[in-house]
Design a protein around this ligand. Structure first.
Ligand code: SF4
Length: 65
């Protein structure tokens, strides 16, 4: 199952990811992305990956476990 990854040092809090998939990504009080789950169902991969690609600083990606 694909595993969600985030580079918190790169995140700038643009929230594109939250707009694209608010059940997977959130923003904390410091303006950094929070991953609401660690793994993604294969059936949900395209949607979550599209949201990850919407990040302007490429701080999100999926890895195959
Ligand atoms: S889109 Fe990228 S920069 Fe914006 S909150 Fe999400 S991870 Fe952070």
């Amino acid at each position: 199952m694909p595993v969600l990854k985030a580079d918190l040092a790169a995140c700038q809090g643009y929230a594109n990811c939250v707009v694209a998939a608010d059940d997977v990504y959130d923003i904390d009080d410091d303006g950094l992305v929070v991953l609401l789950r660690s793994e993604v169902e294969e059936s949900d991969r395209t949607r979550v990956e599209t949201a990850a690609r919407s990040c302007p600083v490429s701080a999100l990606w999926l890895e195959d476990a």
